[in-house]
Design a protein around this ligand. Structure first.
Ligand code: B12
Ligand code: SF4
Length: 665
């Protein structure tokens, strides 16, 4: 199938796609829109393929030296709001010598029509064939987008095997999942670890200079040059050897210019990177209908399950002044009426009270509303939420205790007591909030049925306390539960993942326990998905290069949009694992429910997130001993290794600054 498509994408793209390196030098690439447009009335939500959003950019193809296609490997409605892509898109387009266009996953209805009419994967900005760009940068927030990568490459006519590519775009991955890109290593030319702002600009420079010099040495040379850019990993420059029992013996560079370890990128001064300055305004409905301003990066709370918290350390706060400017400029350039203050734990910003009060004062009496993803379980968070909802309705508040029992919360290092939680939600109900949402996980290391059943007790206590605090019975609580997936670069990277029948059985018992008290139970909503997708996520999170063949098999078998329950098929993944893995002496269980030993070489050990491996192991042991660690933002450093490795330190206030008054326009 790939061969046929490649052929017609070449035809579609015209001369440029098949003439080798000169393709990269200068040529016009026509828009595919005239051929695409007649097909759009025949598909669902055609607007998602049209482009032209407010603040989007289409630059002159021939006026630039380097051309990026940026992809979020999910549907437009999920991908458009993604901040990572929006930041990189704007940064690249600001350069006079480069352009960036966006592409998203194409739904099966249009995919079939495109294949029928010989049209390849296209960008929504210039509707240019993705195969005509120099680079295809894909952002992986979650591993469940991997089959969509293959679908896009195939539709673009780009060979799936990175080693078979010659003049096609360099395919690179970024985002959190790129911290273990091994399962997709066969399909990638590069991966970028960590913050992308500086990295994409440096990559653009290297590609530009190489092209200007006549592309010496072809693809092998550009890869070797890019391997020297800090944070860039070129998988094919590393060999993986296995032990007879299936574990990895070692991973070693096979290229003189490849570093022994690849260290992640960290942007040190967020104020210097106030992007996106002009957020995109979606044309179609999306999952996030608001503007987001990232208020800090990193997290030092040390929740042991949270990969995002670990790999984005250290904490770097954006100053109150820059936040105020970004909110104002973003609103002015988009017309959005809601602003979300984004980060991993927004209430932890050292000047959050000033930010929230300042913004609430500034937009008092206007249509602009503000929101904070509330996860911290304390009364202060309720005060912030009250401030933010001055203008609007007090509908729902969200907290994330994550574990049902005090014991399991010590294991995962989520330091919150049941009393704190009840006090906090009572304050919320007393302040007029009607609905509280609580996030939990099931299948955590050392977990028993009893730990999960505690969630029922907690939910009942919440309703009891809520009714007293509110003075009426009209209070609700929603319990939302996800299955835990051990992630690379966390203390749980060695843990056995809980099998899905156990997770499902525990969740069934929990539901029964919640409904056992009918009077309280009817005020509690329970949301959970079955445990099977998490097993696949576990395979893709901690997999190695041998898992690449499973992903390919699943894709060949029709797998895509795996993050969508209506498209996901566990059986398809199980089948592919059974076909592909036995020849290596491994299995789906081997990758997921098996606990790893201290000395096992993990597939991502050569990829440096800054965290000290010994510290991670020690934290894993402390977890098993049910010992907590403090937040190093406020207490002395506990030597996780990040600050010295990244040559930076925690950057927090208070700065003593205030929100600058707005100057009338
Ligand atoms: C807003 C948000 C959402 C929104 C919007 C999603 C979207 N389209 O962006 C919604 C609510 C829809 C959502 C959904 C989900 N999310 Co979410 N989400 C977030 C959140 C809070 C912010 C993301 C963000 O904008 N970050 C800021 C930007 C700037 O960072 P970034 O995207 O990582 O990009 C930077 C770098 O990674 C890099 N980079 C990124 N891409 C690329 C590409 C290239 C080529 C290069 C060079 C560099 C590069 O450069 C960027 C700038 O430095 C994060 C937590 C967080 N603070 O990061 C969770 C988070 C990303 N989400 C997460 C999860 C699990 C999900 C869901 C799977 C939840 C679910 N079970 O349904 C879905 C998946 C949706 C999907 N199919 O993609 C997890 C990912 C966990 C993981 N990988 O281990 C996170 C980290 C939360 C967490 N703590 O667990 N999410
Ligand atoms: S090195 Fe110390 S201060 Fe820096 S993130 Fe790690 S524990 Fe915190």
């Amino acid at each position: 199938m790939a061969g046929t498509l490649a052929t017609f994408v070449r035809q579609v793209g015209g001369a440029g796609l098949s003439v080798g390196v000169t393709r990269l030098m200068a040529m016009s690439v026509e828009s595919l829109f005239p051929r695409l447009e007649p097909l759009l009335p025949r598909v669902g939500k055609p607007i998602q393929y049209v482009g032209g959003e407010l603040n989007s950019t289409v630059k002159d193809w021939d006026a630039v030296a380097v051309r990026w296609a940026l992809m979020y490997p999910d549907a437009y409605e999920v991908g458009l709001p993604n901040q990572g892509i929006q930041i990189l898109y704007e940064l690249i387009n600001e350069r006079p010598d480069a352009l960036a266009e966006r592409t998203y996953s194409i739904w099966p209805d249009l995919d079939a029509l495109l294949r029928e009419h010989g049209i390849g994967q296209f960008t929504v900005d210039g509707h240019r064939p993705v195969a005509a760009f120099d680079l295809l940068g894909v952002s992986f927030a979650t591993e469940l987008g991997y089959t969509n990568l293959l679908a896009a490459l195939d539709l673009a006519g780009i060979p799936l095997d990175a080693g078979s590519r010659t003049t096609e775009p360099l395919v690179l991955a970024g985002g959190h999942a790129a911290f273990n890109p091994e399962p997709v290593a066969d399909f990638l030319d590069l991966a970028v670890l960590g913050d992308g702002e500086e990295a994409v600009l440096e990559i653009t420079d290297v590609v530009r200079d190489w092209k200007a010099a006549g592309a010496p040495g072809g693809r092998p040379e550009i890869l070797a040059r890019l391997a020297r850019v800090s944070g860039v990993y070129v998988p094919r420059f590393y060999d993986v050897d296995y032990l007879p029992d299936g574990r990895i013996r070692r991973v070693v560079p096979n290229h003189p210019r490849a570093p022994y370890r690849v260290v992640k990128r960290t942007v040190t001064d967020l104020d210097a990177w106030p992007y996106p300055k002009h957020p995109l305004v979606p044309l179609a409905e999306t999952v996030h209908e608001r503007m987001s301003v990232e208020i800090f990066r990193g997290c030092t709370r040390g929740c042991r399950f949270c990969q995002a918290g670990m790999i984005t350390r250290p904490v770097r706060e954006r100053s109150i002044t820059t936040i105020g400017e970004m909110v104002e400029a973003g609103l002015a350039s988009t017309g959005f009426e809601e602003v979300g203050l984004l980060s991993l734990s927004s209430a932890d910003h050292s000047e959050i009270a000033e930010i929230v009060t300042g913004l609430a004062d500034r937009y008092d009496g206007t249509n602009t509303s503000l929101s904070l993803p509330s996860t911290r379980v304390d009364a202060f968070n309720v005060t912030l939420a009250n401030e933010l909802s001055r203008n609007g309705r007090r509908s729902g508040l969200t907290f994330a205790p994550e574990g049902g029992s005090e014991r399991i919360r010590r294991v995962i290092n989520k330091m919150v007591s049941a009393d704190d939680l009840i006090r906090t939600v009572a304050t919320a109900y007393a302040n007029g909030w009607r609905q509280v949402k609580l996030y939990f996980m099931c299948g955590l290391p050392t977990e028993t049925d009893e730990d999960v059943l505690e969630i029922a007790r907690m939910a009942h206590d919440v309703i009891r306390a809520g009714r007293v605090a509110a003075g009426h019975k009209d209070v609700r609580c929603t319990v939302s539960i996800g299955a835990f997936v051990p992630k690379p670069h966390t203390p749980f990277q060695w843990a056995a993942q809980c099998d899905w029948p156990t997770v499902d059985a525990r969740l069934a018992k929990l539901r029964a326990a919640i409904n056992a008290d009918r009077k309280l139970g009817r005020s509690v909503g329970v949301r959970y998905h079955d445990g099977r997708p998490s097993i696949v996520e576990g395979l893709l999170s901690r997999g190695d290069r041998r898992v690449g063949a499973v992903i390919r098999r699943v894709w060949e078998d029709g797998g895509r949009f795996d993050g969508w329950s209506e498209h996901f098929s566990y059986e398809r993944w199980e089948r592919a694992c059974a076909e592909v893995l036995p020849e290596h002496g491994v299995s789906l269980d081997w990758y997921t429910t098996r606990e790893r030993g201290e000395n096992e070489v993990l597939p991502w050990d050569h990829l440096d997130s800054g965290l000290d491996r010994e510290w991670l192991w020690q934290d894993w042991q402390e977890s098993l001993a049910e010992t907590e660690v403090e937040d190093c933002r406020w207490t002395p450093c506990f030597d996780c290794g990040v600050c010295p490795t990244m040559g930076t330190e925690i950057q927090i206030g208070p700065t003593g600054r205030t929100l600058l008054p707005l100057t009338p326009r």
